[in-house]
Design a protein around this ligand. Structure first.
Ligand code: HDE
Length: 712
């Protein structure tokens, strides 16, 4: 029998696993008072009565019926029956972490928001990443937009920046959101497909809704299959408003720029991961934080004058448009580091209530009609999900600063409000709590006094009418490789659409207006006849924004990259040791993998314990593969189908592969042609240098055409 940990060991394990995560901050300290640790404690009911028997219900005789009187069982089952709350109607699948935001360049010229006021000032944050379409238990790696929601616990109240990993959106007006979501969600008759947009109702809606063209193009790009949360950009999408101490206002777009660069999966990998590791992104975030490889982003601002709202050739209030960085550069004001995992998924991640209307003095809204609608929807959804208006009292949602008002009662009220007057004005309690004069003088929230007048109408502004120019710009800003992936994605998705007229409409009515060549390439894959006279020409639409291509957004280092080291009996101990050391000193993760989970003997005859096996950590979960030399490496791998598939698949997915010493013979055996990332060598040091260079590029795109013939 295996050895069970004794109570002291157990308590130490519990301590290291759940309690002492380090990296505390003011929010985490506030949460401490709600944390519960049962190690060493008696089992009790919810009213604190110690339980003597948790194995048997109370019954009348050994074989008799259970008694109603069994309050212990009744309480336990009742609580269990009520464990679930409604999942988020969109963005149900997600994962979150704690961390901090630190100002690097104070933005006092732009805003009186206190958390942006001083270099070095830190504000605790809680950040939740999500997919949009799938339910809570769906796979992480599906083709979808990713949510990027940040809650700043500032000294002036919570500020939630509820954004996505793409800078634009599908629709221009909030009234269309339920239509869009109904179209993309699994179809109502059979609830298929889960976590995918490759079905009739989605393409029906978007092919009839030209304003979606730009965003759909983003979702057909590699941005929709990120390799990790740490490798995603984030965007506030809408134009917001910043107000400074003088009361001056500017329009602003928020940007998160990942330190890890922007990298994606390849489509085949994304699909396979959905089965082999549906928690791939969640696991990556968790493990990186546990390892101390803290994900980090810069916060940037694009600042625009209100008078320029329409001078860029599009309307800054239109959420289907982005502001090219070449036109308005991004000013970096701070950085965000995620350095601590939650203790309890439900209490923290699931109960986190983000709301675009949670703003602080110095930050205000624009008239973007999508943003305006969101201001309603987020409170409404929390009322249902979290069961009433006291959701701000749930520990994860509580502000760090005190809050007082005359709102009272409702389900699950935590605060015990003292005093007799819960109205204002009052003379009984000295009229407390009182108003604060507006910011900047004293810190009360003041909306920007924008003059507003108009006729009550339901119309779309003509300045929102151009749906294609920016889609064209995005398409033309892509590298050839990225364009090919976009063509492949449209072809894949539309091939799954049953109704041929919907496929045709998307190609002829939408793609042809983005770029005739894009339409033609997709049309060819679908067997659609595209008469070149039908396709519009795109005079004057040649604008390009290099900042949009993720090929230009690589990090230049290998921090956080995962490298599989394939061990075989007799593998060179010194090589494995140096490799592990060099990778780890560069911030990469070295994973020792063996044919099985059992330890094997290295070249020194010493046991080497693997971190996993080829089967438990398949090639799709790593960024690169290294096979160290060793006397028996060929013998061990040549008859091992799993190992051979490992290398073939890594090669197909354009990953750097290094074969050292005797392992080099595997290249010929498997038909892996040498290139910038398919590396063979006898001397370890130069081989490692070339491997690291290849790893910085992440994928060997030049191999893509050749890799198509690999049967993996
Ligand atoms: Fe959301 N959105 N949304 N959304 N959204 C929700 O709120 C909604 C939009 C975004 O991790 C819901 O608490 C409407 C744009 C994120 O908890 C709901 C409209 C952007 C998250 C809701 C939009 C987003 C949500 C569902 C159109 C990017 C997850 C659960 C007017 C800028 C936050 C919830 C988290 C969640 C409504 C459009 C981002 C129903 C009505 C545009 C990241 O309130």
């Amino acid at each position: 029998m295996s050895k069970q940990p004794n109570p002291t060991e157990q308590s130490q394990m519990a301590g290291s696993d759940t309690l002492d995560r380090g990296n505390s901050n003011a929010k985490l300290e506030q949460l401490d008072q709600f944390r519960e640790d049962a190690t060493g404690e008696a089992l009790t009911t919810n009213t604190g009565v110690r339980i003597a028997d948790n194995q048997n219900s109370l019954r009348a005789g050994e074989r008799g019926p259970t008694l109603m009187e069994d309050f212990i069982m009744r309480e336990k089952l009742t609580h269990f029956d009520h464990e679930r709350i409604p999942e988020r109607v969109v963005h149900a699948r997600g994962s979150a972490a704690h961390g901090y935001f630190e100002v690097t360049d104070p933005a006092t010229d732009l805003t009186c928001a206190n958390f942006l006021s001083e270099a070095g000032k830190r504000t605790p944050v809680f950040v939740r990443f999500s997919t949009v379409q799938g339910p809570r238990g769906s796979a992480d790696t599906v083709r979808d937009v990713r949510g990027f929601a940040v809650k700043f616990y500032t000294e002036e109240g919570n500020f939630d920046l509820v954004g996505n990993n793409m800078p634009v959106f599908f629709i221009q007006d909030a009234i269309k959101f339920p239509d869009f979501v109904h179209a993309v969600k699994p179809e109502p008759h059979n609830e298929i497909p889960t976590g995918a947009s490759a079905h009739d109702t989605f393409w029906d809606f978007v092919s009839l809704t030209p304003e979606s063209a730009h965003m759909v193009l983003w979702t057909m790009s590699d941005r929709a299959i990120p390799i990790a949360y740490r490798s995603m950009q984030g965007f506030g999408v809408h134009s917001f408003r910043l107000i400074n101490a003088e009361g001056q206002s500017k329009l602003v777009k928020f940007h998160w720029r990942p330190k890890a660069g922007v990298c994606s999966l390849v489509w085949d990998e994304a699909q396979k991961l959905a089965g082999k590791d549906p928690d791939f992104h969640r696991r990556g975030l968790w493990e990186d934080i546990e390892r101390g490889l803290y994900p980090e982003w810069e916060l940037g601002l694009q600042v625009m004058d209100e008078e320029d709202a329409q001078s860029f050739g599009f309307d800054l209030l239109d959420p289907t448009k982005l502001v090219p960085e070449e036109l308005v550069p991004v000013r970096v004001v701070g950085r965000m580091v995620l350095n601590r995992n939650p203790d309890n998924f439900f209490a923290e991640t699931e109960q986190a209530a983000f709301h675009i209307g949670h703003v602080v003095p110095g930050i205000d809204f624009s008239n973007d009609p999508l943003l305006q609608g969101r201001l309603f929807s987020y409170t409404d959804t929390q009322l249902l999900r979290l069961g009433g208006p006291n959701f701000n009292e749930i520990p994860i949602n509580r502000p760090l600063c005190p809050f007082h008002n005359n709102q009272r009662d409702a389900p699950h009220r935590q605060q015990i409000n003292r005093g007799r007057a819960s109205y204002e004005p009052n003379s009984i309690d000295g009229n407390w709590p009182r108003e604060t004069p507006p910011a900047p003088s004293a810190g009360g929230y003041a909306s920007y006094p924008e003059p507003v007048h108009g006729t009550k109408i339901r119309v779309r502004s003509p300045s929102f009418a151009d749906h294609f120019s920016q889609a064209t710009m995005f398409w033309r800003s892509m590298s050839e490789t990225e364009q090919q992936h976009i063509v492949d994605a449209y072809s894949f998705e539309l091939s799954k659409v049953e109704r041929l007229y919907i496929r045709e409409r998307q190609v002829k009515e939408i793609l042809a207006h983005i770029d005739p060549l894009l339409a033609l390439r997709v049309a060819q894959n679908l067997g659609i006849d595209l008469d070149s006279t039908e396709t519009p020409t795109l005079e004057g639409k040649a604008q390009v924004s290099p900042a949009l291509s993720q090929m230009n957004l690589l990090p230049g280092d290998i921090r956080g990259r995962r490298v599989a080291i394939l061990l075989t009996p007799g593998c060179k101990a010194d090589e494995v040791g140096s490799l592990k050391k060099m990778l780890e000193s560069a911030g990469a993760v070295a994973k020792l993998l063996a044919p099985s989970a059992a330890a094997l003997k290295d070249s020194d005859g010493q046991p080497m314990q693997p971190d996993g096996s080829f089967a438990t950590e398949p090639s799709i979960t790593v960024d690169a593969v290294f096979v160290p030399g060793g006397e028996y490496v060929l013998k061990a791998l040549q008859d091992d189908g799993v190992a051979k598939h490992y290398l073939l698949e890594a090669y197909k997915h354009l990953k750097p592969i290094a074969l050292s010493g005797d392992a080099t013979q595997l290249a010929v055996m498997l038909g892996l042609q040498e290139d910038d990332g398919m590396l063979c060598g006898d001397a370890f040091d130069p081989l490692y240098m070339r491997f690291e260079t290849a790893l910085k590029q992440h994928r060997i795109w030049a191999r893509e055409a050749r890799a198509k013939s690999i049967p993996a």
